[in-house]
Ligand binder design. Structure first.
Ligand code: SF4
Length: 196
């Protein structure tokens, strides 16, 4: 069984995705973004080791919270986070958001990085770009970062982005297939689940 190097586990956060969430902050990040809020997160050795089952138990203890993988970059430990995501999927009904500094195109092109995709709901992708910092954005730091509906993107072999509106719970979901593009609406309930 894999183990995880973790900086912190925070229960009932509301800033790492919609609703109350248990956030798992992974140690280790290769991106070194200018203006990174937490350079201490770059070194994998700054984390504390947890077994996957130990993290799973902490997640299950927060009965009404969904889950967010953040960091650092969780995809630095993609094997262990995939195992954790699979167990969350099989033992709970919790949704999983995963933040990464990699772009979706890089993730899907990599057999190693993409192994986690079938087991998460949302990927928030891209490095933090200081020049594109936008404090009005919810759940992202800079305008280049995208909130991606992973299941829909895998199904359509394209990138299906979610755009949050001001009320925070209603999103417009956009898919572009041939340059024409079309729009769908989805509703995020207060727990962070999608209803199409
Ligand atoms: S991806 Fe996130 S944690 Fe990594 S360097 Fe960029 S801002 Fe920092």
């Amino acid at each position: 069984m894999n183990s995880l190097s973790i900086l912190d586990i925070v229960e009932d956060t509301t800033v790492d995705g919609p609703g109350f969430r248990t956030a798992i902050y992974a140690a280790g990040c290769p991106h070194r973004c200018r203006g990174c809020h937490n350079p201490q997160s770059w070194d994998m050795d700054n984390g504390r080791r947890y077994s996957v089952s130990c993290v799973l138990e902490k997640i299950k203890e927060a009965e009404f919270a969904n889950v967010t993988f953040s960091g650092g970059d969780p995809l630095m430990q993609v094997e262990a986070f995939t195992e954790l995501a699979m167990q969350i999927r099989s033992e709970t009904r919790k949704t999983i958001w995963c933040y990464t500094g990699f772009r979706y195109e890089e993730v899907i092109a990599s057999p190693r990085l993409s192994q986690i995709l079938p087991f998460i709901d949302v990927l928030v992708d891209g490095e933090y770009m200081e020049d594109l910092r936008d404090e009005s954005l919810r759940f992202t730091g800079s305008a280049n970062q995208r909130i991606i509906d992973v299941a829909a993107s895998l199904l359509r072999k394209d990138i299906k982005q979610l755009h949050l509106r001001a009320d925070g719970y209603t999103v417009a979901s956009e898919t572009r297939t041939s340059g024409d593009g079309y729009y769908e609406s989805a509703v995020l309930d207060p727990e962070g689940n999608f209803a199409y």
